[in-house]
Design a protein around this ligand. Structure first.
Ligand SMILES: Cc1ncc(COP(=O)(O)O)c(C=O)c1O
Length: 399
């Protein structure tokens, strides 16, 4: 019998193919946003899970509440009130498979093909790919070290309106932005909210790095500055406990949440994982966050010192984040980080993500790259940056 092929059967809207398996990783891995593997709270999670299994293990035989394990939603609501001045109840929270799934639910709930979504000039590639799945017309807005520039946002809104395509959504990662590392200032947040209200364009605030502050003062959430129901808010336990837990959450106006819940696939979020996160969080989350921020600060210091030492300050620029995991490195115009990437990985064992991966048009930023400083120890970071500079010199990207 001949072998069957699906080739002629794919839906018109099927996703583009994705390679099966992992790509190669560098020993000096500045590519992926991993937290420090040695500081994962394994004992605390295990203990939390044991307690929960003893107390309510029988509930594993049930399908959980569609919005997710209620005590964890209560914890999230209390955390949002305490940390972000977001006053919601457990009923206003939907737990998701990371924050990626809530972002997917929002896209599915709001977007028709060709709907305009405004976002930062370089922003998290996972969300860009999700928005592309829904055929959004993605438009990047210019940023500086304080976030999106209000006149550029307004120009982009007006341009879209002039094309009879008023934007459906503004997506932003306002705190320790992925990939650029900056945090949007209070004034910029206020200006963004004012524009959102003036032009009736809702905002998706993706706050998954906000707890990873090791310097400076917190800036209020965009959600708390609005008060008119135009802001959807997502965050996650991925960066403060572990990405492998796959637990994140969404809040927003109740009527929107009801529509979004209808777009949630896969039933509820794992009760098993929720137990571990809930029990661990109620007793240890804040002390754990302090612990990981101490570690990340050392790594941030190490990468900044290494960049100062090995990269030419006259021709290259980089961000100096007060938290989070990322530095955005800009090489001279014409330098091609895309072409150099595989050779740098093979010959220097250093991984990074080139700029176009974060560009709404998928093209801009070939002279830029994202460096994640979460994974390697400080000494390795210094060595990795030295190697990266040597590689870029050998490739002719820097002098
Ligand atoms: C800005 C941003 N949003 C969302 C996510 C998704 O993370 P998760 O689904 O693990 O919560 C990431 C992951 O790196 C991210 O950087």
């Amino acid at each position: 019998m001949s072998t069957f092929s699906f080739a002629g059967l794919y839906a018109r809207t099927a996703a583009a193919p994705k390679g099966i398996g992992w790509g190669k990783r560098g020993r000096y891995d500045f590519a992926v946003a991993y937290p420090d593997p040695t500081s994962l709270p394994i004992a605390g999670l295990l203990e939390g899970l044991r307690q929960a299994m003893e107390e309510e293990g029988g509930d594993l035989s049930l399908y959980a509440h569609p919005q997710g394990y209620t005590p964890l939603r209560e914890f999230v609501a209390a955390k949002l009130e305490r940390d972000r001045a977001i006053n919601v109840t457990a009923d206003d929270i939907i737990l998701g498979d990371g924050s990626s799934q809530p972002i997917h639910m929002i896209a599915e709930t709001l977007l028709d093909p060709r709907d305009v979504v405004l976002t930062e000039d370089f922003v998290y590639s996972g969300t860009l790919n999700t928005l592309r799945r829904f055929r959004a017309d993605l438009r990047g807005v210019a940023t500086d070290e304080e976030g999106m520039i209000p006149t550029a946002i307004e120009d982009a809104i007006r341009q879209a309106i002039a094309e009879s395509k008023p934007p459906k959504l503004i997506y932003t990662v306002p705190t320790f932005q992925n990939p650029q590392g900056w945090t949007m200032s209070l004034e910029r947040r206020q200006a963004l909210v004012a524009l959102s209200q003036q032009y009736d364009v809702p905002i998706l605030e993706d706050d998954c790095y906000v707890d990873l502050r090791f310097e400076g003062k917190d800036v209020p959430s965009i959600y708390s500055l609005d008060g008119s129901g135009r802001v959807l808010y997502v965050a996650s336990f991925s960066k403060i406990i572990a990405p492998g837990m796959r637990i994140g959450y969404l809040t927003g106006p109740r009527a929107f949440l009801e529509r979004a819940l209808g777009a949630k696939s896969g039933g509820s979020v794992s009760t098993f994982g929720s137990w571990a996160v809930h029990r661990f969080s109620t007793s240890h989350l804040y002390s754990h966050i302090e612990e990981i921020n101490d570690i990340q600060k050392q790594r941030r210091d190490a990468i900044l010192a290494a960049l100062d030492e090995y990269f030419p300050a006259s021709a290259t620029r980089w961000s100096r984040p007060q938290g989070g995991l990322f530095i955005w490195l800009q090489l001279p115009e014409g330098a091609d980080t895309v072409a150099a990437r595989d050779r740098i990985l093979d010959e220097y064992d250093v991984g990074y993500h080139p700029g176009p991966q974060f560009a709404p048009d998928g093209v801009a930023g070939r002279n830029c790259l994202r460096l994640c400083f979460g994974y390697n120890a400080p000494e390795e970071i210094a060595e990795g940056i030295q190697r990266l500079a040597a590689g870029f010199r050998a490739e002719g990207l820097i002098e």
